[in-house]
Design a protein around this ligand. Structure first.
Ligand SMILES: Nc1ncnc2c1ncn2[C@@H]1O[C@H](COP(=O)(O)OP(=O)(O)OP(=O)(O)O)[C@@H](O)[C@H]1O
Ligand SMILES: [Mg+2]
Length: 256
C-alpha cells in the first residue's frame, strides 16, 4: 500500500524583491529568498549588511518599502508581528528575548500552549540540560544555556518557521559547534523551516542547505551550502571584498 505524500515544495516563508528599512530609507533591497519544510537557510554577511533588518521584515517588525513577504503562500500584508507568530513564524532575536529575572520553568510555562504537556516533554528531550536548570533564573545561566532556553521557548509553540538571529553571539566556539547541528536536527525531525543569521560562516554553511550572502543591503551571492563551502574564495569576496573590488574599479558583480 502506498501512502499519498504531499511532495509539493511550497515555501513556508518567502520574500520577493523585498526592500525594507527605517524612516523610508531602505537598508535592504531586492531580497528574494525562500525556505521550505525541513530546510535551513543561512543568511550571512558582514556587520551592517542588513541581516537583522531582513529578519525583522520577515516577521512584520519592519514594514516593507517594496516587494513582499509571503507566509505559507499568503502575503504578509499588514499582519501584526503577533499575528505572524500565531501563523507559526517565530523570531528568536539576537538578545534571545528571555527575561533574566524569570526561571526556566517560568519561561516554559509562559511560552507553552495550554494542554500541550506532551510538547514540553519533546522539547526538553531536545535540550535535556534545561531539565536540571528548572528553577534557575535565566540571568544566572551561561550564554549557551540561555540560547537553549530561547530556542526551547520558541519550539513550544510548534512553529513552522524558526528565524534565529546570531544564535552564537557571545558563545564559545565549542558550544556553537554543538548548537548548530542541533538546529539542523530540529529542522529535519520537525519539518521546520529555519532561517539562520550567523557569523560563523563555515559552521553555518556546514549545517545549512543554502546560503545567502548579503552585503550593503543586497544579495551578492547565493547557492547550495555545499557549493559555497567548496568555493570559499567566492564567499570571502562576497563578504569582505566589496571595498577591495571598488578600489580595483573592476567588475563588481559577484553574483550571476
Ligand atoms: N533602528 C534603526 N534605525 C535606523 N537604521 C537602522 C536601524 N537598525 C539598523 N539600521 C541600519 O540598517 C543597516 C542594516 O543593519 P542591520 O542591523 O540589519 O545589519 P546586520 O547585518 O544585522 O548587522 P550586524 O552583523 O552588525 O548585526 C545598517 O546600516 C544600520 O545602521
Ligand atoms: Mg544583526
Amino acid at each position: 500500500m502506498s501512502e499519498i505524500t504531499n511532495t509539493a515544495t511550497e515555501p513556508l516563508l518567502e520574500t520577493r524583491d523585498l526592500a525594507a528599512g527605517y524612516n523610508g530609507v531602505p537598508a535592504i533591497r531586492g531580497l528574494t529568498l525562500s525556505v521550505g519544510p525541513g530546510e535551513v537557510v543561512a543568511l550571512l554577511g558582514p556587520n551592517g549588511a542588513g541581516k537583522t533588518t531582513s529578519l525583522l521584515a520577515m516577521v512584520g517588525l519592519v514594514p516593507p518599502l517594496a516587494g513582499e513577504v509571503r507566509v505559507l503562500g499568503e502575503p504578509l500584508g499588514k499582519r501584526k508581528p503577533h499575528q505572524v507568530a500565531r501563523a507559526g513564524v517565530l523570531l528568536v532575536p539576537d538578545d534571545r528575548g528571555i527575561f533574566y529575572g524569570l526561571t526556566v520553568r517560568e519561561h516554559l510555562r509562559l511560552a507553552g500552549k495550554k494542554n500541550d504537556a506532551q510538547r514540553e516533554v519533546e522539547v526538553l528531550d531536545k535540550f535535556p540540560v534545561l531539565r536540571n536548570l528548572d528553577s534557575r533564573r535565566a540571568g544566572l545561566m551561561s550564554g549557551g544555556e540561555q540560547q537553549m532556553l530561547a530556542i526551547a521557548k520558541a519550539l513550544l509553540a510548534r512553529p513552522k518557521v524558526l528565524i534565529i538571529d546570531e544564535m552564537s553571539l557571545g558563545l564559545a566556539p565549542k558550544i556553537v559547534q554543538e548548537m548548530l547541528p542541533a538546529i539542523r536536527e530540529l529542522a529535519k525531525e520537525d519539518g521546520i523551516g529555519v532561517v539562520l543569521v550567523e557569523q560563523h560562516i563555515e559552521l553555518a554553511l556546514g549545517i545549512a542547505d543554502r546560503g545567502v550572502i548579503l552585503n550593503h543591503g543586497q544579495v551578492v551571492l547565493t547557492g547550495a551550502a555545499s557549493d559555497l563551502l567548496r568555493d570559499r574564495h567566492l564567499v570571502e569576496a562576497a563578504y569582505f571584498g566589496a571595498e577591495e573590488f571598488a578600489a580595483d574599479d573592476e567588475d563588481k558583480t559577484l553574483a550571476g
